[in-house]
Every structure is written in structure tokens, then in C-alpha cells.
Design a protein around this ligand. Structure first.
Ligand code: EPZ
Length: 429
């Protein structure tokens, strides 16, 4: 397994290109199942999770070509997906267990084919992560749902799914995305109340509209869908990754550097920008993206993770690494997942002063962290250790970096280009 070695203490200066959003691409790709025509996605990031999703769609019979000719020479990779004929409606355990977002084929398969057999994703490092709300939404649309041998077996009524009123008792990004992709081909109108408002959900809704869906209220917590007999192909560019942007903004801040994030969109990350401004890190728009300057004082702040437009849970570990080096104390409360503090013991091994009390962590900033060998556990915890290593005195070795490769494209290249002393050490096997 690969490792990443960092010699910390270098303020980052330069430009970092921001890739297309992983969590948008993982919803946009299964949308191809809703039509027999070609969906062309551009600005696709090059990530392990994208490859896993492509492998899964291939199992369903989706034809794909990568790096076709981008319309208008858009940035990033171009992937053409054509689900002319869906040969298999089963999403097997060996793929779903690798990536929970595989559950996002469920809604489109039931909508297009009238049936689906998708392995239950099972839990992951950050929590049990049930999918009960996804299943209740499909049942509201008329699907019969059973769980057999660890698989969700879903079947639409003979006449297909029927529009319905879906009320989510709590906000779920994936649940909203599955409900949306099922509703666009249902007969009649659907209202999705308490819908997730994340930019990645908005991106999916906009792509579905480009494919011929009728959706009102995009970006709000109440989506209204008028079902269509079929959808057509479309060209769609994946929006920039706001979590990658926030991660590299913290990299600039924690090293007290000055970095331009190219193709970043400040409007997608207002809560993160506000939190960073509160601790003394200035984010400003530039003609190419967003500039992050933190050459002065960085002070502790209190944050609580919330559904969008609140502070994103996917930025919690990264902010904690910054707070570990800030002046003063901070309180970080995680309200979305029940076990998303696994970066804490590893940061403590680097000299951070953090105590966890239930869903909250108290962080007392220290003048400097010390490099150490640390263990990556999940995607965002792993990157928080990289960030701490960039600021720490001495050498940090981050083990099991396959977690990182799921969500960060060419991380060591992007940081190295700004002066970081960082290298990947190829592991055996
Ligand atoms: C998406 O996961 C993201 N993944 C996550 O990013 C992100 O942390 C999360 O949304 C919250 O923003 C992708 O988009 C691929 P949820 P998702 O359904 O859809 C509970 C990353 O690091 N819940 O909004 O799985 C759930 O357990 C990843 O990029 C139910 O109880 O998240 C959690 O506590 C990590 N029942 C809360 O809701 C359900 O049926 C929010 O989950 C569904 C969810």
C-alpha cells in the first residue's frame, strides 16, 4: 500500500487547479441509466471512486468512452455513457461494498427497468449509514421493496412508478438524489419535501433538466417533478469540487501561505469561507477562481456541521487540523455522522491538544505540531493528516493512502507545485 511522506513547515505559494466534484459525478453518472441516448459528462475528476462507479455501470451494460471530444474544449476528462440496453439490474456486493454511492443506481434502475437488485451498502468507518430513507422514498412512488440475502430487491408496479408526495424526516443527500432520479420517469407529479440542497444535488437536478426532465424548486428544500415518459441524452459539465476547494484553502491557511484555487467557485462554499474568515483567513474571488491568504494570525472558532448551506461535514476534519494550530480554543460539533472523529487520535499523536465529548471536540491550539507516522482511516480524516503534516515540524508519514485516492486527484502533485515537500512512496502489492 502506498504511503505519503511530508517534510512540513513550508508556506504554500502558487496555484492549485480544482477538479470536478466527486460527489456530483457519482450522482451524474448513474443518471445515464434513465435514457437510451448518450449522456456526455465533462470536467470529470480522475478518482478511484469514479472508476468504481464506471465498473458498476459497465456491469449493467452501459457503454462508455473516456476522453471523447469535449464540446467547446471544456476542462477535465470527458466520459460518454450510453445505456441503450440495460443487460443486468443487479448491483453486486463486491462493487457496492467498495463504494456506498453505488446505491445511486437503485432509483434510476427501478424507474427505467421496473426492477433492481442492489446490495445493501453496509456501514463504513464514519457510521452505520443506513439507506432506509432511500427505500421509503421509492415505496412512496409505488415500488415494492424487500431485503433478501443482503440485497435490496425493488420492483415497480406493472404500470411503472407513480408520482407521489415524499417527505424526508431528515435531510439525506443520496436519498434526495435517488428519489429525484426515480421521480423524473414516474407517471404524474412528485413533491420532495425536506430535500437536500447541496450543490451536488442541484447539479444532478440541472443535468436531469438538460435530459428533458421537468423539475421546479431546484436549490430549495422542496422539489416538484413532473414525470416524463422518457428522457434524452445531454452534454453536462460537472461543477467544481467545493470540498477539494475547502481542503486546499485549509492547506494554504495551515502553512500560513497564499494560494490561488483555479476554477474554484466561492458561491458554493459560503459557510466554509465565513468560518475561515472568522479565524483570520481571507478568501477573495479572482478572475480565475479564489485566492486564499493566511499570512497573519489564525484564531480558534466554534463550528457545527449541518446540511447545506451550513458548514459541511466533509470539511470538519480539515478545519480541525487548522484549529489544532490556531491561537486559542475551538469547539467542533459533528451533527451529521456518529463516528467522524477518527482523525482525532492521529492528530493527537502529532501533538494536537483535542478532547472529544460526545459529538463535540474541544481543540486547544498549539504553537506547532510534530511530524509522526500516522494512519489514514477514511477519506476526509486522511486528508486532515496531510494538512497537519504540511504544518508540522519534521517528517510525517501517512499510511494507507488509498483512502485519499478515492477523493483527491493528484494531491501530492497539486501541493508539490506550491512548494510542499511531499512525495508518494509506492507500496508493494
Ligand atoms: C453524501 O453521503 C456524501 N457522499 C458524503 O460525502 C457526505 O458526507 C454526505 O452526503 C453528507 O453531506 C456522496 O455524495 C457520494 P446522507 P450520503 O444521506 O448521501 C443518515 C465524502 O467524504 N441517513 O446525506 O450517504 C446518514 O446515516 C462523503 O465525500 C439515514 O439515516 O449522506 C447520515 O447520518 C462522506 N438514512 C445522515 O443521514 C438514510 O436512508 C446524512 O446522510 C440516509 C441517510
Amino acid at each position: 500500500m502506498d504511503r505519503i511522506r511530508i517534510q512540513g513547515g513550508v508556506p504554500l505559494n502558487g496555484a492549485i487547479p480544482i477538479s470536478g466534484a466527486k460527489n456530483a459525478a457519482l450522482a451524474l453518472m448513474p443518471a445515464c441509466l434513465l435514457t437510451g441516448e448518450t449522456l456526455r459528462l465533462s470536467n470529470l475528476p480522475h478518482l478511484a471512486d469514479i472508476t468504481t462507479m464506471a465498473n458498476l455501470l459497465g456491469r449493467h451494460g452501459v457503454g462508455m468512452t473516456l476522453n471523447g471530444h469535449a464540446p467547446g474544449g471544456q476542462a477535465g476528462r470527458v466520459l460518454e455513457l450510453t445505456a441503450a440496453r440495460i443487460s443486468d439490474t443487479t448491483a453486486p456486493y463486491d462493487l457496492v461494498r467498495k463504494m456506498r454511492a453505488s446505491i445511486l443506481v437503485l432509483g434510476p434502475l427501478v424507474a427505467r427497468c421496473g426492477e433492481a437488485r442492489v446490495s445493501l451498502p453496509g456501514g463504513c468507518a464514519i457510521g452505520t449509514r443506513p439507506v432506509d430513507l432511500h427505500l421509503k422514498a421509492l415505496e412512496a412512488l409505488g415500488a415494492a421493496i424487500a431485503v433478501e440475502g443482503g440485497y435490496i430487491v425493488a420492483r415497480a408496479p406493472a404500470g411503472g412508478l407513480k408520482g407521489a408526495q415524499i417527505v424526508f424526516p431528515s435531510v439525506t443527500v443520496g436519498g434526495t438524489e435517488n428519489a429525484l432520479m426515480a421521480a423524473v420517469l414516474a407517471g404524474g407529479d412528485t413533491v420532495i419535501a425536506n430535500a437536500a440542497r447541496e450543490p451536488e444535488v442541484v447539479d444532478l437536478a440541472r443535468c436531469l433538466v438538460a435530459m428533458g426532465a421537468e423539475i421546479d424548486g431546484i436549490g430549495s428544500g422542496s422539489l416538484r417533478v413532473r414525470g416524463q415518459p422518457s428522457l434524452h441524452g445531454a452534454d453536462y459539465a460537472v461543477l467544481p469540487d467545493r470540498i477539494e476547494t475547502g481542503t486546499y484553502a485549509v492547506a494554504a491557511a495551515i502553512t500560513r501561505g497564499d494560494v490561488e484555487l483555479v476554477d474554484a467557485r466561492l458561491d458554493l462554499m459560503e459557510a466554509v469561507a465565513r468560518a475561515l474568515a472568522d479565524c483570520g483567513v481571507r478568501l477573495s474571488e479572482t478572475p480565475r477562481g479564489v485566492r486564499v491568504a493566511a499570512n497573519g494570525h489564525v484564531g480558534g472558532i466554534d463550528i457545527m456541521t449541518e446540511p447545506y448551506p451550513g458548514f459541511p461535514t466533509d470539511m470538519q476534519a480539515q478545519l480541525m487540523a487548522l484549529m489544532a494550530t490556531a491561537e486559542g480554543a475551538s469547539m467542533i460539533t459533528e451533527t451529521i455522522f456518529e463516528n467522524r472523529f477518527m482523525h482525532v487520535p492521529e492528530l493527537v499523536r502529532m501533538g494536537a491538544r483535542i478532547t472529544v465529548h460526545g459529538a463535540s471536540a474541544i481543540v486547544r491550539g498549539v504553537p506547532h505540531l510534530s511530524g509522526a507516522p500516522v494512519m489514514a482511516t477514511d477519506l476526509r480524516a486522511s486528508v486532515s493528516l496531510i494538512l497537519a503534516g504540511l504544518a508540522a515540524e519534521g517528517e510525517t508519514m501517512v499510511n494507507r493512502v488509498y483512502h485519499l485516492d478515492r477523493g483527491y486527484e493528484r494531491l501530492e502533485e497539486k501541493l508539490g507545485a506550491c512548494g510542499a515537500r511531499i512525495e508518494r512512496i509506492k507500496g508493494e502489492g
